[in-house]
Design a protein around this ligand. Structure first.
Ligand code: B12
Ligand code: SF4
Ligand code: SF4
Length: 338
């Protein structure tokens, strides 16, 4: 842990003075102008997370725990990470809830399938920011938005943007759990000591879930998210039970998996929707008729979901899910109360 401290201090000596301040001003000025939250932290290895991730069964991410916790593996010579947060409320809604007739089968879409694709929006912001900075100073950089091995929630916490909540999300004072993370790794050091430039060595972060939550904002006795989770993914701490995973995984769903997704057609917002930290109604339920989805073709999918984050898996996945939801409609109608 002390090694982190040493790296942080060593970093601080590298991009000194007016240069660094001017670059930091550009970053925080940009974030303010576009409604992003932002923090800058050092790029030392995420030692505390390494212990956890070593044993986690995380889908969609390479198993190599070093790649997942060492920023150097994403950008050689990385000195700091500019971590930006985009509130879901800053994303355009592209798909609306439909009027459903009595007894007409319907399913539920999560924010991933109804809002503008956060990957595209955050990448565009971080690219523009890198361009702005590079007009003042030469550097190497790497943009990460949900695509890389490096653990983004852990970096967001280190950058001081929020705390790790019991529903898994990093909850920020500005957006609650309703936001996305983008990281701009730089091979110059821009860390500093102001509110938005926290550079905490891991030793100062408390990752004991109960203590952290009690201190930072999850009431110790709150179980709203765990009780609302339809599959027990939070209590079992098994992401492979998470409906969000099941609706995005490739291949066929087993009988049990089909049943587990209930009414969810793509992604799942339940554990954030019920959270008292959640702001506004960005996660209100979006209900759509199953008849429009069970046979949707690539062109139809593209028209409806092409600009949302559901574009990642395409028409076949949502079609497969819609058929499973239709089957669930037949066997477990009580789960579909509006
Ligand atoms: C794989 C993945 C998934 C998987 C697995 C989710 C999971 N719980 O791990 C699936 C497909 C299920 C998924 C679902 C969702 N995801 Co996702 N996902 C990822 C991805 C690619 C990797 C996450 C990972 O490594 N998980 C392993 C677990 C162990 O780590 P973690 O939760 O990321 O990080 C925490 C631990 O390291 C913990 N920790 C550290 N030290 C210690 C020590 C101890 C003792 C303990 C207990 C914990 C602990 O602190 C970290 C912060 O909370 C990231 C992007 C990235 N590259 O990081 C996005 C990411 C985490 N997902 C995100 C989102 C928004 C979602 C969904 C809400 C999408 C949806 N609407 O369906 C759901 C929420 C599900 C949930 N309750 O977590 C956001 C989170 C934003 C935020 N504010 O927190 C990310 C960062 C993508 C992004 N750039 O915006 N996701
Ligand atoms: S996203 Fe849905 S299934 Fe996954 S942990 Fe949250 S409530 Fe449970
Ligand atoms: S619902 Fe309660 S326990 Fe769950 S994340 Fe929100 S505040 Fe924390």
């Amino acid at each position: 842990m002390d090694a982190n401290k040493t790296i942080c201090q060593a970093n601080e000596n590298q991009t000194e003075g007016a240069d660094r301040e001017a670059l930091r001003e550009i970053i925080f000025g940009y974030a303010k102008r576009f409604g992003l939250i932002c923090g800058i932290c050092c790029a030392a290895p995420l030692d505390a997370e390494r212990v956890v991730l070593k044993d986690s069964r995380t889908p969609f991410v390479v198993g190599d725990v070093i790649k997942r916790t060492d920023p150097q593996k994403s950008l050689r010579g990385a000195k700091c990470a500019v971590v930006a947060g985009l509130g879901s409320s800053g994303l355009k809604r592209l798909v609306e809830s439909e009027e459903i007739a009595e007894d007409e089968p319907y399913g539920e879409l999560s924010s991933l399938a109804v809002l503008e694709d956060y990957h595209a929006v955050l990448k565009k912001h971080l690219r523009r920011l890198a361009d702005l900075l590079s007009s003042r100073k030469a550097f190497k950089f790497k943009i990460l938005v949900d695509g890389g091995a490096l653990n983004e929630r852990a970096l967001a916490i280190r950058a001081g943007l929020g705390f790790s909540a019991k529903n898994g999300s990093v909850v920020s004072p500005e957006f609650g759990p309703d936001w996305h993370i983008g990281c701009l790794l730089l091979d110059i050091d821009l860390t500093g000591a102001n509110k938005n430039g926290i550079c905490k060595p891991d030793a100062e972060l408390n990752f004991n879930p109960s203590e952290t939550n009690a201190k930072a904002g999850c009431p110790p006795d709150c179980r709203l998210c765990a009780d609302a989770c339809p599959t027990g993914a939070l209590t079992s701490e098994d992401p492979l039970r998470c409906v969000s995973y099941l609706t995005q995984k490739d291949g066929e769903l087993t009988e049990a998996e089909q049943e587990a997704i209930g009414a969810q057609l793509y992604g799942c917002d339940i554990c954030r929707r019920v959270c008292p930290h959640s702001k506004g109604n960005i996660f209100k339920t979006t209900l759509v008729r199953l008849s429009g989805l069970t046979e949707i073709d690539a062109a139809g999918f593209d028209r409806r979901f092409g600009k949302t984050a559901a574009n990642w898996k395409g028409a076949e996945t949502i079609k497969r899910n819609a058929r499973a939801v239709l089957r669930n409609w037949g066997r477990r109608a009580e789960r579909f109360d509006r």
